[in-house]
Design a protein around this ligand. Structure first.
Ligand SMILES: Cc1ncc(COP(=O)(O)O)c(C=O)c1O
Length: 379
């Protein structure tokens, strides 16, 4: 049977990974500054994480959501403790797009409305309403285009209020730092305007933290740079360090009803333990603080690159913008320098999403290689 060919692939076949490195069958070592798309938060194959998952597998790996599973409450407490979102309620699922679907559906149930406001360059996933709220018509099938979504520019408060005034908007969904879109952020004033206007016009404010959450940006959630309380927060990627788990945090003003949301796999024993182990390592190794500390180091190094136009992002969710397309540069970095980096829908932007265990020496190595690669590309 052939694989359904939807991904353009690099010619690299990892068979093993440890901390910030990935290895192929010949033992070639690659520095992972992409984190498998911002997923690897505590480093590949972290000893504590592996031990916790193996031990859980020996006990019970899965049962459906029809029984008591105290690991879900343990995970809720651990997320509450580290995010300080103590009053929020946790619903668990298995991926980022599923978290977004649940967030949008819940917003619609709660407000009894159905139009979504999303932002230019937003990426929220590839399923039903999530892809409809993603600003890329190429990945929206006619089925998805049935959803009522309006895209606005960040920072246009007047346009936002004009749309909300119409009275049919269930949710305003935003990324505090855009991931796939290329690391752009709304202004502080606009973040507060979104919160105020959503309250005024009875729409839910959804913070999509699927990529930026779990410490990557230097705060637990990227929106926490501001003092706002979104109605719903979506999470996935770094939450499981590679184990498929996602979830939403739901503001106490939104009441649960039986049957409103549901899933077979979400919140299973193995997934909960994977995420609990991630939180334990994040706390023990102070990885969120490390993300905050390494940002200025990275930025200082980046400022020594004359070809660089702009540095974007926060913590260890960073983008280097050039005035040329970076596709060929990424190829040189991966094939010649053995470094994984990320791209974005902004073709001129190189994305840096390393495991949060990355060290200064790795950053130094990256910049030495980047300088050489840039020299090769200018010749
Ligand atoms: C901000 C954001 N939201 C949602 C998603 C969708 O997550 P998943 O690919 O796990 O469905 C992504 C994936 O890149 C993302 O970056």
């Amino acid at each position: 049977m052939k694989l359904f060919d939807v991904y353009p692939l690099y010619e690299v076949t990892p068979v093993r990974a440890k901390d910030v490195y990935v290895y192929d069958a010949e033992g070639t070592e690659y520095l992972d500054l992409y984190g498998g798309h911002a997923v690897i938060s505590i480093g590949h194959g972290h000893q504590h994480y592996v031990k916790r998952i193996k031990e859980q597998l020996d006990q019970i790996g899965f049962y459906s959501n029809a029984i008591q599973n105290p690991l879900q409450q343990q995970l809720a407490d651990a997320i509450g403790h580290q995010s300080c979102c103590h009053d929020y309620q946790l619903f668990l699922c298995s991926s980022g797009a599923e978290a977004i679907e649940n967030a949008l559906k819940l917003a619609s149930f709660h407000t009894n409305k159905k139009r979504i406001i999303a932002f230019k360059n937003a990426f929220h996933g590839r399923t039903s309403a999530a892809v409809a709220a993603t600003d890329n018509s190429k990945i929206n099938a006619p089925l998805n285009q049935q959803q009522a979504v309006t895209f606005l520019a960040f920072n246009d408060t007047t346009a936002l209020e004009n749309e909300l005034k119409k009275g049919d908007v269930c949710a305003v969904i935003f990324e505090a730092i855009q991931g796939v879109g290329g690391l752009d952020e709304p202004s502080e004033a606009f973040v507060y305007d979104m919160e105020r206007l959503c309250k005024q016009y009875e729409a839910c404010l959804i913070a999509d933290e699927v990529q930026s959450g779990f410490g990557r940006s230097g705060t637990f959630f990227a929106y926490q740079k501001y003092k706002i309380e979104p109605h719903i927060v979506t999470m996935a990627k770094g939450m499981g360090n590679g184990f498929p788990i996602g979830g939403i945090l739901v503001h106490p003003s939104i009441e649960a009803q039986y049957g409103m949301l549901g899933t077979t796999f979400g919140g299973n024993h193995l997934a909960c333990v994977a995420s609990i182990a991630v939180l334990e390592v994040l706390e023990q190794e102070k990885l969120q603080a490390r993300a905050q500390e390494l940002e200025p180091y990275f930025v200082a190094q980046a400022n020594n690159i004359p070809e660089l136009k702009k540095i974007k992002g926060r913590g260890l969710m960073l983008g280097l913008e050039f005035d040329f397309e970076v596709g060929p540069l990424r190829k040189t970095l991966i094939y010649d320098k053995k470094i994984f980096t990320g791209g974005s829908s902004n073709k001129n932007l190189l994305r840096i999403l390393p495991p949060l265990t990355v060290q200064k020496e790795h950053i130094d190595h990256f910049f030495n290689c980047l300088k050489e690669a840039l020299k090769e590309h200018s010749n």
